[in-house]
Design a protein around this ligand. Structure first.
Ligand SMILES: NC(=O)c1ccc[n+]([C@@H]2O[C@H](COP(=O)([O-])OP(=O)(O)OC[C@H]3O[C@@H](n4cnc5c(N)ncnc54)[C@H](O)[C@@H]3O)[C@@H](O)[C@H]2O)c1
Length: 263
């Protein structure tokens, strides 16, 4: 510790002994967050609708990984998940609401069924997750909730009205949740991460069906003043910071991880 009382080592990044749920962790950013958390000593529940990929991700984490089926849009599915985690490992310390789906239709093209599906997964799923975590964490000494929003929730594009609106709602929900928990003295923090374009299966799929993948990738890259899209590791490191005790005085933020896209 130095003379200002600052501990000059990295134990505050440790998640040793903690229990986390990461939704949508079968793939992409969620799998990356789960892997980094496990490296830092956390036991991680891979909660996803994709059983095959989810079980594979969990197996890669060895005894620190457990797959549980979860449909984030279902209240009953959340109830079953929380009961199973509590029974298997004990009280929850960290929830990462990461599961999400994309869409790229303009306001003139998006139909009501797609609009409702995007809102159900990206917004209602986060609402149900926050509420479930609070019900558990407020009785067990607190915790950290991290909601994966998007740079497009802060800076819209004409091509993504449903996705952008669903992610903007997550930012507002995050702040409201943070305030409620602080005012009640629950010791629960709630923060959002707003990634720019990140190279994941979701993005690879968009590139795979593009007429000119190189031009599309360049277009995405050009949105970021730092000149490139980001990596899964970039988002996972931000999640690790917000999950660990080193960020204990941070709540209610929307943290861009976007190479300057939302400046
Ligand atoms: N990739 C990007 O460029 C980018 C940028 C900003 C924000 N994000 C956000 O990051 C998060 C992860 O995205 P990704 O790129 O890793 O996507 P991905 O498609 O690789 O992974 C998403 C995961 O969510 C799961 N999922 C989907 N619907 C679900 C449901 N109803 N219940 C439970 N699980 C469900 C999928 O099975 C999948 O495993 C999403 O919320 C996305 O909106 C991604």
């Amino acid at each position: 510790m130095n003379r200002e009382g600052v501990t000059m080592h990295s134990t505050e990044q440790s998640l040793a002994g903690k229990i986390a749920i990461v939704t949508g962790a079968a793939s992409g950013i969620g799998a990356g967050i789960a892997g980094l958390f496990a490296v830092h000593g956390c036991r991680v529940v891979i909660a996803d609708i994709d059983k095959v990929a989810g079980q594979t991700t969990a197996q890669e984490l060895g005894e620190n990984g457990l797959f549980c089926h979860l449909d984030v849009t279902s209240e009953e599915s959340w109830r079953q998940l929380m009961a199973r985690v509590n029974e298997h490992w004990g009280a929850l310390d960290i929830l990462v609401n990461n599961a999400g789906i994309g869409s790229a239709e303009s306001i003139e093209d998006v139909d009501i069924a797609l609009w409702q599906q995007i809102l159900a997964v990206n917004t209602t799923g986060v609402f149900l997750g926050c509420r479930s975590a609070i019900q558990s964490m407020k009785h067990s000494g607190g915790g950290s909730i991290i909601n994966i929003s998007s740079a497009l929730g802060l800076r819209p594009l004409s091509s993504t009205p449903a996705y952008g609106a669903s992610k903007a709602a997550v930012v507002n929900l995050t702040k409201s949740t943070a305030l409620q928990c602080a005012e009640k003295g629950y010791q629960i923090r709630c923060n959002a991460i707003n990634p720019g374009f990140i190279r994941t299966p979701l993005l690879e799929n968009a590139l795979a069906v593009a007429e000119d993948p190189d031009a599309l990738l360049k277009g995405y890259s050009d949105l970021h003043p730092m000149g490139s899209i980001g990596s899964i590791e970039d988002v996972a490191q931000a999640a690790l910071f917000l999950a660990a005790d080193g960020s204990r005085f941070i709540t209610g933020i929307a943290m861009p991880v976007d190479g300057g896209m939302t400046i």
